[in-house]
Design a protein around this ligand. Sequence first.
Ligand code: DC
Length: 220
Amino acid sequence: MSVPVIAIDGPSASGKGTVAALVARQLGFHYLDSGAIYRVTAYAALRRGVDLADEAGLAALARSLDLRFDGVEVYLDGQPVGDAIRTEEAGRAASKIAALPALRAALLELQRGFRQVPGLVTDGRDMGSVVFPDATVKVFLTATAEERAQRRYKQLIEKGFDANLAALVEDLRERDARDASRASAPLRQEADAHLLETTNLTIAQAVDQVLGWYREVRPN
Ligand code: DC
């Protein structure tokens, strides 16, 4: 049997990363935050002076990145990048370069390499559609833009960043529109993905639902 993958896709700040990491912990699986790969690529480009519209330059950069993941920490060239990739600015830059097909292609193998025994839980925009089309369970996890802005607001304040709720709602809408309208691997619910609408769910309820869907397919 192939190594199981639980693919959780959805819009920005939906809470998919929190849910995915908890599901991974419950099952003892590996966890991949694919958004962090786009974020750290954009961060590396800004640091090395690669223009965020230079598709070939970004693809070459992506292929040469020295990346390592340890839990939620990301290491670039052996150094932890910390919260520098978690700002709204870093998210916007990631969303911009994520629209470029050659860059996406350059990151495919890197992402697929995380599929290792005993299994993988991963979150992003195209985990179930492009990166792991044969995923064991596919989930499209979402919430209203207002609820997601509240969640992102709390997260940013907890990290000690400044945040403005109205600006966050605007920013999320803009990012959703860009992620959903791009030609290459747009954000959308796949026909074979379970819809998980979390506006009125607790994190624990969302985690239980994903575990339930997984157990329907792999009972032990
Ligand atoms: O999930 P996130 O907010 O950390 O992702 C940052 C950006 O990266 C997001 O706006 C779009 C892009 N992304 C993507 O295109 N495909 C993925 N699998 C993950 C993220």
